[in-house]
Every structure is written in C-alpha cells, then in structure tokens.
Ligand binder design. Structure first.
Ligand SMILES: [Zn+2]
Length: 130
C-alpha cells in the first residue's frame, strides 16, 4: 500500500511568491522523483477523484497545459477499500494503491488547510490533454 501526503510549497517567480501543491507518495515529492520541477499536481482534480472511478488530470505541466508536459489523465479506480491510480508518463507505467479512507482523509485535510489559509494554488489555468 502506498501513502499519499499533501502539503503546499512556495516558489518565487521573480519576486512574486507562488504556491503549488506538494504531492508526496511514500514520503517523497513525487514529481521531483520522476522529473524536474516543470510539472504540477492539481488539487481540485484530487478532490474530484473522490467522486469515484474515472480519469482525472491529477498531474500536468506547470503551465497548466497537459500536452505540453506529455501528461495523460490518471485512471482512478476504487476496489476493496483501495484507491488505485494507473497512468503512464514518459513511457513508464505507474501504479499506486492507497487506502481509500486515508486517501479521502488526506484530501479533506488539505481542503481544510487551504480554506483556512485562503491560498490559491498554481497552475491557475488548466487544459486537458487532446
Ligand atoms: Zn508547459
């Protein structure tokens, strides 16, 4: 079983502070592990993924255009108390299994934090893969 952890991170664009979702899997910042800093995770899509089996654009390019970063949607499936992610990136297949209750709890915790801090996360523009 994998562990999903959510947090925010600050980055400076010139002298403007920006906030991004820091998505960790098994204690490691996932997008850093697989690539450079040019990708982003979309919190709203994680929230949407609580609605059930479907494809969700959980990861995208930092500019918000999925095709720019070569991202497809992540297939999310619920089975036997698990939330299962399957996707491909750079010709590599990824598969993660989260405990559905922890998964939901972590996303709801992040939503609570975001509401409290009123942070607006980047990217602010999102375009699905074609
Ligand atoms: Zn881009």
């Amino acid at each position: 079983m994998n562990i999903l952890e959510l947090d925010t991170k600050e980055e400076f664009d010139g002298n403007k502070k920006e906030f991004w979702l820091n998505l960790k899997i098994d204690g490691e910042e996932f997008l850093k592990r697989i690539d450079s800093d040019l990708n982003a995770a979309i919190f709203e899509e994680l929230e949407n993924s609580l609605n059930g089996d479907n494809d969700y654009l959980i990861f995208t390019c930092a500019c918000g255009i999925a095709d720019c970063g070569g991202w497809k949607k992540t297939q999310v499936k619920y089975a036997m108390g698990k939330t299962i992610w399957t996707f491909e990136y750079n010709d590599k297949k990824y598969n993660f299994e989260f405990d559905s209750q922890f998964y939901k709890g972590e996303i709801e915790r992040m939503r609570f934090e975001l509401n409290k801090s009123k942070l607006k996360l980047k990217p602010d523009f999102i375009m699905d893969p074609e």
